[in-house]
Ligand binder design. Sequence first.
Ligand SMILES: NC(=O)c1ccc[n+]([C@@H]2O[C@H](COP(=O)([O-])OP(=O)(O)OC[C@H]3O[C@@H](n4cnc5c(N)ncnc54)[C@H](OP(=O)(O)O)[C@@H]3O)[C@@H](O)[C@H]2O)c1
Length: 310
Amino acid sequence: MPNNTSKPTKAWVITGPTSGIGREAALQLAEHGTVVLVGRDLGRLREVEREITALPNGNAVSVVADFADVRSARRAADEIGALGLTIGGVANNAGGMQTKGGSSAQGWDIAFATNHLGPFAFTEALLPYLADGTPVLFTVSGVEDPERKPATASGFRGGRYISAEASARGEWKEGGSKNVGFDAYATSKQGNLATVFTLAREVPRLRFMALEPGFNPGTGLSRDASPVMQFVAKRIMQPLAPMIKYWSTPRRAGKLIAEKLTTPSTGTGVYSDENGRPMQASKQVSDPAFSGRYIAETRALLAQVPAEAG
Ligand SMILES: NC(=O)c1ccc[n+]([C@@H]2O[C@H](COP(=O)([O-])OP(=O)(O)OC[C@H]3O[C@@H](n4cnc5c(N)ncnc54)[C@H](OP(=O)(O)O)[C@@H]3O)[C@@H](O)[C@H]2O)c1
């Protein structure tokens, strides 16, 4: 429960606040009101909650959600709604780069489920609790664009979407990356952009935004890498990040998320880069016919998981 007597006016929902970019964003959002911390591990959530409540006027509340489980994601949205807080904005930031494969609670590809299906189900379930003008941001990734140089240089080949059913089975369009997990990651993050662009068209009363946070070496995203690679990413690459084009740090990216959410604006369907400037998505996902199909197929897939009785 919010645990400070000076009642802030707004609450800010952030998913994936237990590590990397999301943790920094949560600390920044604490300056603007109550932070609703949404993650899969209550112990880790409580650590961030304690850190926030130790700040002057810091308020936080934890809600458990495993985004690799559609039911858990929907339940979390209803739990947040039941808190009765005035939601100022939502940052859909949780995500992972699963290089070992695996299946979600519904038996779907783990990356597609965690990065796209869970956050999409969560967002749709949260919509009734959002007042007009509320911003909803997704932390996306430029690796969805097969023409983006820093992404292709790292071995990505863009989103490889065939259909939502095929993605759920872990099948990607041919001609993809040689690296395990890259096509799944790029395709699932393309789903976040398809979500932002489609919901911006469908729900004009809210504001949907996408943020490419830049390459942030040393976050938990590389947790599957070898201990040596993790050391290099954290101790060598992260300090260099502020000097390198397209790179960033969790602090900078987290600050940007908080700024984008808390700065009044009227724009929707807006995509920004690691400096907060307008960014172009891939030709594919910029096409309303493609993003609309992606989301229509997502909804059809999610309909296979019936809503739980109230
Ligand atoms: N780092 C980069 O270079 C980069 C670049 C572009 C985009 N991004 C995006 O930025 C976002 C944050 O990534 P990061 O780099 O900060 O990585 P990170 O340090 O690994 O943080 C990921 C967060 O997502 C949570 N999460 C992962 N799987 C989850 C699940 N099944 N259910 C609930 N929460 C889950 C993690 O929770 P736990 O603590 O419980 O694991 C953690 O809080 C992601 O969406 C990522 O795709 C990152």
